[in-house]
Design a protein around this ligand. Sequence first.
Ligand code: SOE
Length: 393
Amino acid sequence: MTDARTDLGIGMVGYAFMGAAHSQAWRTAPAFFDLPLHPRMAAICGRNEDAAGQVALRFGWESVETDWRSLLTRDDIQVIDICTPGDTHAEIAIEALKAGKHVLCEKPLANTVAEAEAMAAAAADAAKNGVRAMVGFTYRRTPAVALAQRLVAEGRLGTIRHVRAQYLQDWLTDENAPLNWRLDKDKAGSGALGDIGAHIIDMAQFVTGSQIASVSGLMETFVKTRPIAGDHATLGGSSSSDAERGPVTVDDAAVFTARFVDGAIGVFEATRFATGRKNALRLEVNGSKGSLAFDFEDMNVLEFFDRTEDPAISGFRRIIVTEASHPYIAAWWPPGHGLGYEHGFTHQVVDFVNDIAAGNDPVPSFADGLAVQRVLDAVAASADDGKTHPTGA
Ligand code: SOE
């Protein structure tokens, strides 16, 4: 049987952790969702041809390129998917948009506000010609988080007063965990702040529908040098304590308080030193009519408290977000069977392809990515001078 849908050729840049997550998403999305266009995994691009070739074989990419510019000249490619470290996002995304390619770009959008501004401007220009851009804050696409956003938008929480957001990992707790690009300011822009703090900023703004107006922050680098382990070191592990060491040039942890434009206040914490916490992305929101709480380590569950219920029988209810009526779930398994980390990436490409076909501007847009970048920048400035900094929102 042949597929009657028009192909949407994908060219992906990068092949490591995020490259694998995006590859599986492009592979899985058309199998589980009825998409209006057929994503064709046309090319994967990486400077190391052998390594990229291995990923191509494993995930089914049709060809390998070693220079991302080659992807932009290919007529069979309509989407550029950027899964590289932050220092390359701006150049690739802007050139791709100028070449008329839709762009999906990993988070954080860029390493600096100036780069993010240029990217948002390029995306706004490209949108005039029907070319779309989206930034990859995938956790929005976890069904429980999408349900949380729906409940707030429906008014079930009333006026939002408190936001408590944490992203807790522990892969740097061992002081001999080796260096990788995420610990290099030139490549990553910042450390815990941009890598995982960006996620909770986006999630808090997405779920509440409000923007962070000002912040007061603290940042710390607990372990200042680490063993040098080469470009392909992954997260965590431990090297010999005798190994040559190099400098850590980013923050290990960042905490900040925030004021939202509509009066809510927030407390945020992002760390790679929360011993025992692996990927505890948590959000709690308290409003005048109710509260909700989410923890990615129990990602199929959303807790909801409804203050309008009879106090005699009210309490936080544990909603198992696996019903067909919940966001994204109808395409998957029967109630209670649960989804995982990778499904957020699948939902991301599903939404992106649907928006491209419908001619809609996707969210989170590059402008949303820029808004997050402004918060990151304000937190870093505040940690530097000890003052409260506005974000411009
Ligand atoms: C590493 O901290 C990391 O892989 C982040 O870069 C991702 O964005 C997050 O989803 C998981 O942790």
